[in-house]
Write a new protein. Structure first.
Length: 471
């Protein structure tokens, strides 16, 4: 087998990760290492068509002769205890690294749907109470425990990390650690924090600190335990008042959190769990909202429109360090290294996306109007900042909406991408939030980011020849 290389361009290059993972889903062998990425030569021309630069000509022999083409079948928990936008953030993160998903409910899980998946993703939300109790439904907790114990994998953020900890009814104890605050978890707060990662796989391609939103995630004491610590709370960046008026104080961070575990991985029966106390899935979208609510308001009178507008414009979209961290977490769980090949892609004419986009377009128009109305109560300087941001978002929405309509009209797309995207955009179209200005802007941008990430997958699939897959 011949192969070619791609450089690992680090934490902010989601296009490379998208290409790698779409290759896996197309049955094309891939290998990741500290030296970069190695891919079967059959995808060399596709890489160039997708805008990537192969390193030299395909080699006659692979450095790793057993390139694997395995990618996990992923379920995102989207039951009532989680809800949108929590699972919408994870949808964006996975699409941004080229992975598809299905959204599953508590009833689905209790009915053994997880038998069809390799990885369950548990977003933030109220798994904190245990899912049977949170949703008033028997069988969800037992089904999740059985799934992992029988060899499945689990990734959870915040409430999803509490859920795998010790200390409260409904928790699984896969992580042999009890949070300092359990039932009274709001005693912590919300902030943007620096997380240091520790390990050759979890830290691959990342800077020494990954800056992530934190919303009342579990805090653990430093202790000797069998669970592997993959990351720690490093430094305090800024408080957050976005979505909840409960900022984490720097004093509490220094006293209770600094240098304590933030990322855990542990075996659970035949399977494995990996948990994040912060929220890598929120990328820089939520961080931008945090900045708009606090940093921009404070420094706008000091530095003026240009610097503050650049601050907002230059937050990353689909190419975020948090998303690379999630990709690395999946690698840590061994889900890219299985011998069995991925189930072949099936193309689908995504006709149901058209009506969903129409409904969502109505929601977006309502939200853009609400942004204008709410901005009218702000200072002249803030009105100018908000108008510039809203103008960019309105223009991008028109572009991605038209592009997706065209993309699904001209050829089928991966059925798993179509199904996952349809479910999350349907949820976005139902949004009716009476919230603050910065929060409304975040909620308005999230569907844009979802569609943009899906369009990148579609472009990659077509570079790889996905339009020729038979239905």
């Amino acid at each position: 087998m011949t192969s070619f290389g791609l450089a690992d361009r680090g934490a902010f290059s989601g296009d490379t990760l998208t290409f790698l993972n779409r290759c896996r889903l197309h049955g094309i062998g891939v290998n990741e290492s500290d030296d970069g990425f190695e891919i079967a030569a059959v995808a060399s021309n596709a890489a160039a068509r997708f805008g990537l630069t192969p390193l030299g000509q395909p080699a006659g022999e692979c450095r790793n002769p057993e390139l694997l083409s395995s990618a996990p079948r992923i379920a995102i928990y989207a039951g009532e205890a989680v809800g949108y936008p929590y699972w919408g953030y994870y949808s964006h993160a996975l699409l941004s690294i080229g992975l598809s998903f299905h959204a599953v409910t508590g009833a689905d899980v209790a009915a053994a749907c997880l038998n069809d998946y390799d990885l369950l993703v548990m977003p933030g939300g109220f798994a904190t109470w245990g899912l049977d109790r949170a949703e008033d439904m028997d069988g969800i907790d037992a089904a999740i425990a059985a799934f992992v114990r029988d060899g499945g994998s689990y990734i959870g953020s915040c409430g999803g990390a509490f859920y795998m900890s010790e200390g409260r009814p409904g928790w699984h104890g896969a992580i042999d650690a009890m949070p300092k605050f359990t039932q009274e978890y709001l005693m912590t707060g919300a902030a943007v924090l620096g997380i240091s990662v520790d390990g050759p796989v979890i830290g691959r391609g990342l800077p020494e600190t990954v800056e992530l939103p934190y919303y009342h995630g579990p805090i653990y004491a430093e202790a000797k335990r069998s669970t592997e610590t993959l990351g720690r709370f490093g430094n305090y960046i800024s408080e957050s008042r976005l979505f909840i008026e409960n900022p984490l104080s720097p004093t509490l961070f220094d006293k209770e959190m600094k240098d304590t575990p933030a990322i855990f991985m542990a075996p659970f029966g035949k399977g494995n769990v990996l948990t994040f106390s912060p929220h890598p899935e929120m990328g820089e979208l939520v961080r931008k909202g945090v900045a708009l609510e606090g940093y921009i308001r404070h420094y706008l009178p000091i530095r003026g429109f240009k610097v503050m507008d650049q601050t907002l414009r230059f937050f990353m979209k689909e190419d975020c360090a948090g998303f690379r961290l999630i990709h690395n977490a999946i690698a840590c769980l061994g889900l890219f290294d299985r011998v069995q090949a991925t189930a072949p892609l099936q193309a689908l004419r995504a006709d149901d996306l058209g009506p969903i986009l129409l409904r969502l377009d109505t929601t977006m128009a309502r939200q853009f109007a609400a942004i204008s109305d709410m901005a009218a109560t702000e200072t002249d300087a803030m009105q100018e900042i908000v108008a510039a941001e809203a103008s960019r978002l309105r223009s991008e929405w028109a572009h991605v909406c038209a592009s997706l309509r065209y993309a699904v009209e001209v050829a089928p797309i991966d059925s798993r991408v179509a199904t996952g995207l349809s479910s999350v955009l349907h949820a976005a179209a139902q949004v009716q939030h009476k919230i603050r200005l910065a929060e409304l802007i975040v909620m308005t941008e999230l569907p844009i980011r979802l569609v943009a990430a899906a369009l990148r997958i579609i472009a990659c699939d077509r570079a790889l020849g996905a339009e020729e897959i038979t239905e």
